[in-house]
Design a protein around this ligand. Sequence first.
Ligand code: HEC
Length: 297
Amino acid sequence: MFSKTKLAIGFALLLALIFTIPVFAGGWAVITLDELPTDVVVGEEFTVGFMVLQHGKTPMTDLSPIIIANLNKDSHFKVIAKEEGKPGHYTATLTFPKEGEWNWTIEAFSMQQKMPTLIVSAPSVAVVSEPVTESITQISTSPNFVIAIAAFVIGLVSLFFAVQRKSKLAASITALCLMIGLALTIAGTSVPAVEAQSESSSSEVIESSVSQVEYGRDLFIAKGCITCHYNSKAASHSEYWTIEPTGATNLSNFSADPLILEMRLKDPTSVNSNSQMPQLDLTSDEIQALIAFINSK
Ligand code: HEC
C-alpha cells in the first residue's frame, strides 16, 4: 500500500532527521573560507584554507574535514584537509582534472557546507588570447585595405576620363573615390586606437562583470554567514541548512546603513558588546561586497 509519494515523504523525513540530530546535539559549526578561490586552472594545484568554529565561536581542532568536488558522474574527487596554522584552521591542496563549473562541499564536524560553484578554466587561455586579438585586427583591416586600393584605381581611371573627355560623371566618380579613400583612412587610424583601448581595459571589464553583489552573495555562503542567517537571495532553505541560532536575523528583506554594517562586519562587538556573531577576519573588500549584497533588492 506504499504509494510513491508516501515513500518520498518518508525518505525526506528520514533525511531531515539525519541532518537535525547532530544540530540538536550541539554539533554545528561555521566553516569560513579564507578567501573565495579565483583563477583556478585545470591540472594546477591550488590550496584552500578555512576555519571551523563550533557554534561560530570555538575553534575546532583534531578534525579531518573532507572536501568533495563534483563536476558530473564521471568527474569527482575527495581530499582530506589537514590542520595548519592557528587552531581550527585547515588547508587542502586540490588539483582539478577538467575544466567546467564544479560543485564542492566541505564536510567538517557533521556539517556539510556547500561552497559557491567553482569555475575551473582550461590551462591555455592566457597564452592563446594574444594571437587571437592580433588575427582579429588583421581580418578587420584587410577588407578596408582592398576597398581603398580599388577606390584608388577607379579614382585614377575616372580622373583620366574627367580630364581627357571633360566627363561630369567621371569627375563625380573621382570625388566619390576620394571620399571613400578619406573615410577609410580615418577609419583605419581610429580602429586600432579603439582596439588598443579595449585591450588595456579588458582585465577591468572581466573584474567588474562579476558584479559586487554577486561576489557578496558568494562570500555570504563561503564565509559561513548562511549557517546562521537565512537569506533567500543567497540560497533557498532546501539548498542550505541554516541553523538560525537565537538572534540571528533573517536577512532576506533586510537592509541597513552601510556604515553601521561596516562596523558590525569588521567587529560585531562594536555595535553590540554581547554579540553572538563571530568576528570572521573579513578584508575591507569582502566587507564592501557583503554590504552591497545585503542591501541589494
Ligand atoms: C554564529 C552565527 C553567526 C554567523 C556565522 C554570522 N552571524 Fe550575523 N548575527 C548573528 C547574531 C546572533 C546576530 C544578532 C546580533 C548580535 O548578536 O550581534 C547577528 C547580526 C547580524 C546583522 C545585523 C542584523 C540586525 O538585525 O541588525 C547582520 C547584518 C549580520 N549579522 C550579517 C552577517 C554576515 C554578513 C555574516 C557573514 C560574514 C554573519 N552575519 C555571520 C549570528 C551570526
